[in-house]
Design a protein. Structure first.
Length: 382
């Protein structure tokens, strides 16, 4: 690897190092790096435990336990300069141990992790946020035997890569990542490279009776909720056509818990939310760059008094500093799946979406004009 010097139009070598020569250790360093930056492995992962030892009749510990965006468990095994011969056998054992973890057990494991390493937090709500689900009852976790294996090391022995490729051919989800430390002067760098890709996941056979029953019940409930949402949105959109709210005239009913319509500003939609326990109207800022979203939010927040006076009541201003997006919302509690309340819910949504659009339309356009002449550091936004 080389560093490019654009001024001299030359390149200079970045020296390849070994972890052991740099004094790095597997548990104290490599594991911590990945636990705090799991997307270094090429996708969004949620770490739910470190040094997990919750296996019956064994004292073995897996390095990192994670969830992917589909709710599958991911077993991450880390080795420093060499995988050794037994890493694949270790990972397969851990996957088999984890294959019977139920949703409630996974929630408990994650809650323990939050309490121990993250100063607390609510596991259920954070899982819903990560999986983009309105309610945990709609989520299937650790389905079938879709457990995934990720092996991380500086060097992979032939017996390990050969086994990984054989497992891939038999639809076992395995990924191998080669990690290489580099040094240049006092600066240290880490390159993470996937050397063995995972094919598309295919659901395999195995599973505990209790977990299978849980999955079937969840899938049936999910289908029912999709039907309910479709029926609610059909009724709501039809009612809105007869109101002063024309934002959603060209929007079709959906099985999702939300419907969005354009505000006239890119990636800042007005959104209706239909939940199990509440309904909401909101303005979202969902641009690719976090700084743009925070800029829009902050400039609007400067007009908070004016906007809320126009809206007619206080709003919730959610800057969400730890997230890319921001939003401003108004909500009201309802029993969402009680059809007898639907008419009242639809009237509330319609009335407050009209107020929300009226309150934000002009301020949002003005703030967007300021945004157009503002520059941001793309690296900071990414």
């Amino acid at each position: 690897m080389f560093k490019i010097d654009t001024e001299s139009n030359r390149i200079s070598r970045i020296e390849t190092k070994r972890f052991i020569d740099l004094g790095f250790r597997e548990r104290d360093h490599l594991q911590e790096w990945l636990a705090n930056q799991p997307d270094a492995l090429g996708e969004e992962l949620l770490i739910i435990q470190k040094e997990f030892d919750g296996f019956d009749d064994t004292r073995e510990r897996l390095d990192l336990l994670a969830l992917d965006k589909d709710g599958n468990l991911v077993i991450i095994e880390n080795k420093l300069d060499d995988t050794g011969r037994d890493v694949m056998w270790q990972a397969l054992k851990y996957a088999s141990y984890c294959s019977n973890l139920t949703k409630s057990q996974i929630v408990e494991i994650y809650q323990i992790y939050l309490n121990r390493y993250c100063d607390g937090g609510d596991a259920k709500s954070l899982l819903c946020e990560f999986l983009d689900a309105p309610d945990l009852s709609e989520v299937v976790l650790n389905s079938g035997i879709n457990q995934r294996l990720m092996l991380v090391a500086a060097n992979f022995r032939k017996e390990v890569t050969s086994t990984a490729l054989w497992l891939l051919n038999h639809d076992i989800q395995v990924q191998c990542f080669k990690v290489t430390p580099y040094a240049m002067a006092q600066d240290l760098f880490l390159n993470v490279e996937q050397i063995i890709p995972t094919p598309e996941a295919k659901e395999l056979m195995i599973g505990m009776n209790a977990k299978e029953a849980e999955e079937k019940n969840t899938e049936a409930e999910l289908k029912n909720r999709h039907r309910i949402r479709m029926a609610f949105w059909e009724q709501a959109l039809e009612a809105m056509k007869s109101s002063q709210c024309d934002l959603f005239n060209n929007i079709n009913p959906s099985k999702d818990h939300w419907l969005s319509a354009g505000s006239g500003v890119r990636s800042c939609p007005f959104t209706l939310i239909f939940g199990v326990k509440e309904v909401r109207v909101q303005l979202e800022m969902t641009r690719t760059g976090s700084l743009e979203n925070k800029f829009l939010f902050d400039r609007l927040y400067e007009k908070k008094h004016e906007i809320e006076s126009s809206f007619g009541s206080p709003l919730e201003w959610l800057r969400l500093d730890d997230k890319k997006a921001s939003r401003i919302q108004k909500r009201k509690e309802f029993d969402g799946y009680n059809r007898e309340q639907w008419q009242e819910m639809i009237c509330w949504l319609t009335e407050h979406m009209i107020l929300l659009e009226s309150a934000f339309r002009s301020p949002l356009l003005k703030v967007n004009e300021k945004l157009k002449i503002t520059t941001f550091d793309n690296e900071v936004q990414a």
